[in-house]
Design a protein around this ligand. Structure first.
Ligand code: PLP
Length: 497
């Protein structure tokens, strides 16, 4: 079969040709290519975006049953990523994880997944009526962040749960570490299980040899990429890829139909088509420039007293088989700031916005959208932050976290007993009770302290006194909680007795 011409952008072309033809639109969206939209927004975003904000009429194909230019664009994406099939997604990797897990699993099945999986995986467990067995990711005590699960952890989990149908892996993490996917693939496929990879943070990996290997290159059965996170896709634009015969494409397509709107945002689809073309034709050069900028930034950040920036030297630590050097994890704890404070100062005083803050770090993404001047702004802002006169009272007023760390007592409680599945917990009747009196009750929500971003409780799990004491101490130390309806956890939602 002749190689596909990766310079083509069949879906974007179809939208542009419709506009050029000057067809009179008697279809949605009602703003009619911008003409009916108020000037306040129209003048700002421009008529061209609105002109291709169309619906799936003749010639523009149907995302839920593609046969024309969307099918062509999917085929080009699959070839570019080395997959057998690729699908465009308009609700991010959230929809991708949901569709991937729903396709691979049957009600009652067991799936092995890292404890720190994204909440879209939890929602997939609820919808698919499956039973999770959580694997503990490796925790970097020094930086208070979590990395990936190791092949040994996967192997042990499979030994203990030979009935599991699939293994779900997150790689890269938010912090840029990648799992040893090649070793995990050998272990998982040797037992004839499915390997599903949440590669939301890796849409670029496939296109540069100095980046860690992509999930498609090691033969994962399915993976998701948030094209919008790090390359040219617009927000919510993601892709799902599959390799090999283990995923039933018919089932996957029907599952995607459950999750995708019947009125997809076609501008997002065009951005996926063009992002693929850009990576396939210029990716290595653009990502080479990105890597050079990120490496330069890391070097300069590491020269600032009190600041350190994680780099490829971390490869080989537990749970770090590879490292995406475009990620800048900037550790500010020795400046006497929390990451949360540093994030606020960088934004409010220096007009620089990072992606993520946690207790010790801020995380900046360097992408193909950066240039030397944006990198200079970041480095200068961190230099200025480091010069600011800050009394070193990081954990004031309590000093609890510091004391606990010195005593070596900063260890996560064990994964608690799973009494019912996440779905049963989600669908059951819930009541709100004071958290400090909730020992013995079954949790209805996810409770995740950041850092390190590993849930302490998931729906269906029994709350213990150890967990209550741990979380209350974390809250006093200023740790942020994600998941519960009451983020200060004065109350918690539990299953009605
Ligand atoms: C590991 C991981 N998976 C999946 C998602 C969901 O991706 P999206 O925002 O594209 O829906 C995220 C979002 O941050 C994520 O960090």
């Amino acid at each position: 079969m002749p190689a596909l011409d990766q310079r083509r952008t069949p879906y974007f072309d179809a939208l542009r040709d419709y506009v050029r033809a000057g067809t009179v639109p008697f279809h949605t969206p009602g703003h009619k290519q911008g003409r009916g939209m108020h000037r306040r927004l129209r003048d700002f975003i421009g008529d061209r975006v609105l002109a291709i904000d169309l619906t799936q009429i003749r010639g523009l194909d149907d995302l839920n049953a593609p046969e024309g230019p969307i099918a062509d664009a999917h085929e080009l994406a699959a070839a570019a990523y080395g997959a057998d099939y690729s699908y465009f997604l308009i609700n991010g990797s959230t929809a991708g994880n949901q569709a991937m897990l729903m396709t691979a699993l049957r009600p009652g099945d067991t799936v092995l997944l890292p404890r720190n999986s994204h909440k879209s995986a939890t929602s997939a467990l609820i919808m698919s009526a499956t039973r999770p067995v959580y694997m503990q990711p490796e925790v970097d005590e020094e930086l208070h962040i979590d990395h990936c699960v190791t092949p040994e952890t996967v192997e042990r989990a499979l030994d203990e749960h030979p009935d599991a149908r699939a293994v779900f892996i997150t790689s890269p993490t938010y912090y840029g570490a990648t799992a040893d996917l090649a070793a995990i693939e050998r272990i998982v496929h040797a037992r004839d299980k499915l390997l599903l990879v949440d590669e939301a943070w890796g849409p670029h990996l496939h296109f540069h040899p100095e980046l860690p290997p992509s999930a498609t290159s090691i033969g994962a059965d399915a993976c998701v990429n948030s094209t919008h996170k790090l390359i040219g896709g617009m927000s919510q634009a993601s892709m799902l890829h599959t390799c090999g015969p283990r995923i039933d494409q018919g089932r996957l397509r029907s599952t995607l139909r459950l999750f995708q709107s019947t009125s997809p945002q076609l501008v997002l689809l065009a951005s996926l088509d063009v992002a693929r073309m850009q990576m396939a034709t210029q990716g290595e050069r653009l990502l080479g420039q990105t890597l050079a900028l990120a490496r330069d930034a890391r070097r300069r950040l590491n020269r600032i007293p009190g600041v350190s920036c994680l780099g490829p030297e971390c490869v080989g630590r537990p749970g770090v088989a590879g490292y995406d050097e475009t990620r800048l994890v900037i550790t500010v704890k020795d400046l006497g700031y929390t990451g949360y404070e540093a994030e606020a100062i960088l934004r409010l005083r220096y007009n620089v916005q990072v992606e993520l803050a946690d207790l010790f770090n801020v995380v900046a993404l360097v992408t193909i959208g950066d240039r030397r001047d944006s990198i200079d702004r970041l480095v200068r802002a961190v230099q200025a932050l480091a010069r600011e006169d800050r009394p070193v009272d990081l954990y004031a007023p309590s000093g609890i976290l510091e004391r606990r760390m010195a005593q070596g007592t900063y260890s996560l409680p064990k994964i608690p007993e799973q009494v019912v599945t996440p779905r049963e917990a989600f669908l059951a009747a819930h009541v709100e009770v004071p958290f400090r009196k909730s020992a013995g009750k079954i949790c209805a929500e996810v409770v995740t302290p950041y850092p390190p971003g590993i849930p302490i409780l998931c729906p269906g799990e029994r709350i213990t006194q150890h967990i209550i004491d741990y979380v209350r101490l974390e809250l006093k130390a200023g740790v942020h909680l994600q998941g519960p309806a009451d983020t200060r956890l004065r109350t918690i939602r539990v299953l009605q007795a």
